[in-house]
Design a protein around this ligand. Structure first.
Ligand SMILES: Cc1cc2nc3c(=O)[nH]c(=O)nc-3n(C[C@H](O)[C@H](O)[C@H](O)COP(=O)(O)OP(=O)(O)OC[C@H]3O[C@@H](n4cnc5c(N)ncnc54)[C@H](O)[C@@H]3O)c2cc1C
Length: 483
């Protein structure tokens, strides 16, 4: 009888694991268990009757590197190539990103001119930060906060303004608590191998033939187009939720059993070595379990003999984000680009504003001239700004988002449409020493020979690409490379 695999968690990681599990010539029997009523996890899109699309989770996926190419390959295999909405390299949403500092919007510097002379909000030409990086000795600590690393290599201003903002944009997190080794492994390795981040990145890129991250990934027509047109990101015509929907359809056709409303309560080993999974209304057994739930959720289900593992898993925290989608009619942005980020020194509660209709005007629907924005609030500053995310009032969050749009973009009219979502513990935080936690987790699994794979955003990358890559890698460890 074919071995059976239970995949727990129906977000993009769990769905991608099922996809890779069923691609080989002798696929195991696969069962997916999802606690909520729907599949997709944080990939959530609202499709309005007039064709407008509002993203409540991820809104753009990067095409670069191995993981980016592999995701595009999967998208092609799912028959979604025609639904891809690319943002080419010469598009304003690729070229223009802004920071809101000291009450004004500033375009993030690009080009030689910006390197040679001071460009606000920076008081010195960025050339000096580059020279500092080329001359400073390499760090020796096994890990360091992103802020300390950036300050040491590029100076305080770059750390306080640019790096602080980027960490809020990517992780909704505080760069003084996040680990450079785990959040930006390429930068950490670049310094270790070449003594300079810039030199390490440049030489690494040259060695990889100019690619922006290591490796090349599976080739597809989409990845070739992405390279030729220098896409900065892409979405899907029906919104990001199209991806889990297409995966679910693909998996059902291949006989994968997809069960919603099935929260894993308890995971225990039987005498014969198989797993027993206790659900709300019964049990199932499996030879192998792939956990695609957040680390803290897995910790709750583990048996007493895995207490040491549960303890490590609980040490991986996550922050909450309020996502406020706004639509306006008859107004224009003061600038055009991807959006702007706000450093924590300016306003902790407001992470940034994405100008969705610039990157993806196709999502405006019938109201082609409307402006769609997403205001991101909270993150590592959620509790201090808005209190308990479980009880934060949507009206308060909407009010805060509208005030930010008025102050920072000068848009006075009220939005014609608004949606407020509070995502509790939605982005894991790789804090200082995360690499040691993941090593101890790996050691526990190996020493106890547990037929358990851990995948998803809690461990080795939070982007959609990282999650899919973690699923692929786990399946390859279990079954060998699948084609
Ligand atoms: C607001 C926001 C914006 C983002 N923007 C981007 C972006 O633009 N680009 C990008 O690449 N990434 C972005 N990300 C990151 C990315 O979307 C996530 O890291 C990724 O979707 C996480 O997927 P996952 O499957 O690992 O986890 P999840 O999506 O959290 O899925 C886990 C699933 O497990 C289920 N579950 C939990 N407990 C149990 C249990 N006990 N039993 C059974 N099921 C359980 C949950 O219901 C959920 O469906 C964003 C994330 C957020 C929150």
């Amino acid at each position: 009888m074919a071995p059976s695999v239970a995949v727990v968690g129906g977000g993009i990681s769990g769905l991608a694991a099922c996809y890779h599990l069923t691609r080989g010539p002798h696929p195991p029997k696969v069962l997916l268990l999802e606690a909520s009523a729907r599949l997709g996890g944080w990939l959530q899109s609202t499709r309005a009757a007039d064709g407008a699309v509002f993203e409540h989770g991820p809104r753009g996926i990067r095409p670069g590197g191995t993981a980016g190419a592999d995701t595009l390959h999967m998208v092609s295999e799912l028959g979604l190539a025609g639904a891809v909405l690319p943002v080419p390299g010469d598009h304003p949403a690729s070229r223009n990103r802004f920071l809101y500092v000291a009450g004004a919007l500033h375009k993030l510097p690009s080009g030689l001119g910006a390197l040679l002379r001071p460009v606000p909000p920076f008081s010195r030409a960025l050339l000096w930060s580059g020279l500092r990086d080329l001359l400073a000795p390499a760090g020796t600590e096994p890990d360091e906060s992103i802020h300390a690393f950036a300050r040491r290599r590029f100076g305080r201003e770059v750390a306080d303004i640019a790096v602080d903002s980027v960490c809020r944009g990517v992780f909704a997190g505080d760069c003084r608590a996040l680990s450079v080794r785990s959040c930006f492994p390429l930068l950490f390795q670049a310094e270790r191998s070449r003594r300079s981040v810039l030199l390490g990145l440049a030489l690494g890129s040259a060695e990889r033939g100019g690619g922006d991250t290591h490796g090349s990934g599976a080739e597809s027509g989409l990845s070739r187009r992405a390279r030729a047109e220098r896409w900065s990101q892409w979405s899907l015509r029906g919104g990001m939720e199209t991806l889990p929907e297409a995966l679910a359809e693909f998996l059902r056709e291949r006989g994968v059993e997809l069960r919603c409303h099935q929260r894993l309560r308890r995971l225990s080993r039987r005498h014969d070595g198989r797993w027993e999974l206790t659900l709300a209304d019964g049990t199932v057994t499996a030879d192998h379990v792939v956990s695609a739930v957040p680390a803290a959720a897995l910790a709750e289900a583990l048996p007493a003999e895995a207490a040491a593992l549960a303890q490590e898993l609980r040490r991986i925290p996550a922050v909450s984000v309020a996502v406020v989608n706004l639509q306006y009619e008859g107004v224009a942005l003061p600038v055009t680009g991807f959006g702007h980020l706000v450093p924590s020194s300016e306003d902790g509660s407001l992470l940034g504003i994405v100008y969705d209709s610039v990157a993806f005007p196709e999502h405006n629907g019938a109201a082609t001239a409307s402006l769609r924005l997403t205001v991101m609030l909270g993150g590592a500053w959620f509790e201090q700004s808005f209190g308990d995310p479980a009880t934060a009032a949507p009206e308060l969050l909407l009010h805060r988002a509208q005030a930010a749009v008025r102050e920072q973009l000068g848009l006075e009219p009220a939005p014609t449409r608004s949606i407020v979502r509070v995502h509790q513990a939605c982005i894991p935080q790789y804090t200082l020493g995360h690499w040691q936690r993941t090593e101890r987790i790996g050691r526990f699994l190996a020493e106890h020979r547990l037929p358990l794979s851990l995948i998803g955003a809690s461990y080795s990358g939070v982007s959609v690409n990282d999650c899919i890559a973690s699923a692929k890698a786990a399946v390859e460890r279990l079954l060998g490379p699948q084609h």
